[in-house]
Design a protein around this ligand. Structure first.
Ligand code: PSU
Ligand code: MN
Length: 295
């Protein structure tokens, strides 16, 4: 990759959010805007996906447009990567899948909206996102807005602790954010006060040769945050419907995301778009700062 050989700061972006997380055309518009924000911050965006069996790091505009529109893209987490490639299929990488590709491409920072987690009643269903185990065995720094309250946030934090993932709340807060809302009521174990601080944490982790990741959790800007009660009500409803309809496995997260967006009349989608743009700014800032420490 040219950006790599020139020593530029690169920011990885996932593609499941494009194919399974947002409807067209907002998915494409958001993906393009996020890339532009990263460029304006002086870094290079690299959206990652599998195209006709080819693991592609740094989609072109044309490839981005294709992915945002095409049907039948496989949501690809760790377990799915090899079969999708072997069958020459299109695959959208989840956070876990994108982390694997980022490591292969030697990209240090990855920006997304929300990571997967331990699902509510996960102690019974054992539905725990592979994103969490991947964070435990990768060196990537992931910028996100915490996990959605469709998940069990307390247990998600416990699971991350078990796997040795460094979790930091970003800015002047200790509260781990809950994606649509700025606070989850759960304390993040650490704080990264600003981008240089986050970069120093990543640098220290590298010096220690830790083979585990860092999560930088950035709360959605207050003016775009949703009302806690409104969001909780639509989540409850969505979870009930998912159960009734027998939604299982990898379908659960996309189903609930779509149901919540519908129930909130698109308000959750606007919040989702606002927070990922803000995360792109923070992530690019961290990548640029980290690049300085590396050189
Ligand atoms: N959360 C979101 N939007 C998303 C996802 C999560 O707010 O698009 C996607 C991410 O790609 C994440 C995946 O890695 O869902 C997690 O899916 P699962 O819960 O099935 O592991
Ligand atoms: Mn799952």
């Amino acid at each position: 990759m040219q950006a790599k050989s020139e020593g530029k700061a690169i920011v990885a972006l996932e593609s499941t959010i494009i194919t399974h997380g947002m409807p067209y055309p907002q998915n494409l518009e958001t993906a393009q805007e996020v890339e532009n924000i990263i460029r304006r911050m002086g870094a290079v965006p690299a959206t990652i996906a599998i195209l006709k069996g080819q693991l592609t790091v740094g989609l072109t505009q044309h490839q981005l447009q294709y992915l945002a529109n095409v049907k039948g893209v496989v949501k690809a987490s760790r377990r799915d990567l090899a079969p999708v490639i072997a069958s020459s299929q299109d695959g959208a990488t989840t956070v876990a899948g994108t982390i694997i590709a980022s490591e292969l491409a030697d990209i240090d920072v990855f920006v997304t909206g929300g990571i997967g987690g331990v699902h509510r009643e996960g102690e019974l269903t054992m539905d725990v996102s592979a994103d969490l185990t991947e964070l435990g065995r990768s060196r990537t720094l992931v910028v996100c807005s915490g996990v959605k309250s469709i998940l069990d946030i307390g247990r998600t934090l416990e699971y991350l602790e078990t796997h040795g993932v460094t979790v930091c709340a970003f800015g002047a807060t200790d509260d781990f954010p809950a994606f649509y809302t700025t606070r989850s009521g759960h304390r993040a174990p650490h704080r990264a006060a600003d981008a240089p601080h986050a970069a120093r944490i990543l640098h220290a982790a590298r010096q220690l040769r830790l083979r585990s990741g860092v999560v930088v959790a950035v709360p959605v800007p207050q003016e775009y945050a949703m009302d806690e009660n409104v969001i909780e009500e639509s989540i409850q409803q969505a979870l009930e419907n998912a159960k009734k309809e027998g939604i299982q496995g990898k379908e659960v997260t996309p189903y609930i995301l779509a149901a919540v967006a519908k129930a909130t009349g698109g308000a959750s989608l606007s919040t989702n778009i606002a927070l990922i743009k803000n995360n792109a700014k923070v992530g690019a800032d961290i990548a640029v700062e980290f690049q300085k420490l590396k050189n």
